[in-house]
Design a protein. Structure first.
Length: 301
């Protein structure tokens, strides 16, 4: 079946107003057109569609069955277009803070704390876009949250976490095959996160364990995936301590060893050097830094 081409938008707008008013004169007044122009556009639309949309009555108009079916479709489309145009291009509307960052950081650290931010700043909206692999700020985002050493050229970074490397697994896995000493890891599947400098090889070397093949196991591109697999009892993940506080407290994961290995990398809040941040972005940045330092001072890790 041949697809009907889309009519011009001005014809559809004229139809929408005329169908709502059921009067060409009133529609013409609202559209700032002559009655003749409104009648002409409706005739052109009907000719284009090959159907009659209105019944011309001695005292006004009524919609045909086809017109009644078409009216809500056209009205919804124009309403959506108007709302989208206003949202994107209305300069007086509040602009959301644009943040790009780690999915793991958002899921396990930031998301539980955002209720506090929303309660204190209900007028500020956030737009958080997760990224997995590092790329340069492209000018669209106000802020970024990165994992690394904090020394990126042309960027200002403020530390958000102070992490240790923590092997974690499910309580059920511990029951099936207890992990008493680090060398017991050899009996389990390792869950790796791609892109981390300090992975299982680094941790096992510090622990003095050299009989584990760190090339074995499953590899994922985000810590979120490894923690979920660990929670399901599918292996052991090498977590960053700030990411597993809630999961350990809730008993969804356990940390079988007591040895802490400090991570040289951390999560940082990043912005362009010399950039003038919008007021709302400054408010969020200040709140985030305060949260980070409070949890560093008072948290369990």
């Amino acid at each position: 079946m041949k697809q009907k081409s889309l009519p011009p938008l001005n014809w559809l707008r004229t139809f929408q107003v005329s169908a709502r008013c059921l009067n060409f004169t009133h529609a013409a007044e609202e559209l700032h057109l002559t009655q003749g122009a409104v009648s002409q556009q409706i005739r052109l639309l009907e000719s284009h569609l090959g159907i009659t949309l209105f019944k011309r009555l001695p005292r006004g108009l009524s919609l045909t069955e086809e017109g009644q079916s078409y009216f809500p479709v056209v009205q919804d489309a124009i309403s959506r277009l108007a709302a989208g145009t206003n949202e994107i291009f209305n300069e007086s509307a509040a602009r959301p803070i644009k943040i790009r960052g780690s999915l793991a950081f958002f899921t396990h650290w930031l998301a539980p704390k955002l209720a506090d931010f929303s309660a204190n700043y209900p007028h500020i909206d956030l737009r958080y876009i997760s990224n997995i692999w590092l790329k340069e700020l492209d000018g669209d985002e106000d802020l970024e949250i990165r994992w690394g050493h904090g020394d990126w050229s042309g960027l200002i970074s403020q530390r958000l976490t102070w992490d240790t490397l923590v092997p974690v697994c499910s309580p059920e896995l511990m029951i099936r095959s207890p992990l008493l000493v680090p060398s017991d890891i050899a009996q389990h599947t390792l869950l790796h996160v791609l892109g981390y400098e300090e992975g299982w090889g680094y941790w096992l070397d510090i622990m003095g364990v050299n009989d584990v093949d760190v090339s074995d196991g499953m590899q994922f591109d985000t810590l979120v995936s490894t923690l979920r697999m660990a929670e399901l009892g599918q292996g052991i993940a090498l977590a960053r301590s700030s990411m597993v506080v809630d999961m350990l407290q809730e008993g969804r994961l356990v940390a079988p060893f007591g040895q802490d290995v400090e991570a040289s990398e951390s999560f940082y809040l990043v912005c362009r050097s010399g950039a003038q941040l919008p007021t709302d972005a400054n408010i969020f940045s200040t709140w985030l830094i305060e949260q980070a330092h409070w949890h560093h001072t008072n948290g369990p890790f």
